[in-house]
Design a protein around this ligand. Structure first.
Ligand SMILES: [Zn+2]
Length: 133
């Protein structure tokens, strides 16, 4: 995983002001082994869909399909750029522990999107020639 890179033209560091591995750390710290395993599975199958993203308020909503049941749950992530105020919510009934498998899958997807520079604010669109392939 490439954590940071520079624009070859300007030398400006891009895409990684937002590379915050603490989202994954959060999963590994709060998730049980089963939650992590199933969260990974849900993420790797591609069951995590972006519904809504607000860069300014750093809030993002995913629609996550369960790995066992054909049920979709919405996962709400708020303040993903500010770990101290990170807030996670899932609509599922298995959400009794610190984190459920849907939240784990959503955070893995969110981390991946951040790493790939998919969640840029509009004003950095001039950097898009890096990702437009
Ligand atoms: Zn859940």
């Amino acid at each position: 995983m490439q954590l940071s890179y520079r624009c070859f033209k300007t030398g400006k560091k891009i895409a990684n002001r937002l590379a915050l591995p603490y989202l994954l750390k959060h999963v590994y710290t709060h998730g049980s082994d089963e939650v992590i395993r199933r969260g990974k599975k849900i993420h790797s199958i591609g069951f995590v869909e972006l519904v809504e993203h607000d860069y300014l308020f750093s809030s993002i909503t995913f629609r996550v399909k369960d790995d066992t049941y054909s049920t979709f749950y919405k996962v709400y992530v708020q303040n993903y750029k500010d770990y101290k105020n990170l807030s996670l919510r899932c609509a599922c009934p298995y959400n009794l522990g610190d984190i459920c498998r849907h939240q784990a899958a959503a955070l893995m997807r969110l981390q991946e999107m951040i790493d790939k520079g998919m969640l840029q604010e509009n004003e950095v669109q001039y950097d898009q020639h890096h990702t437009g392939f």
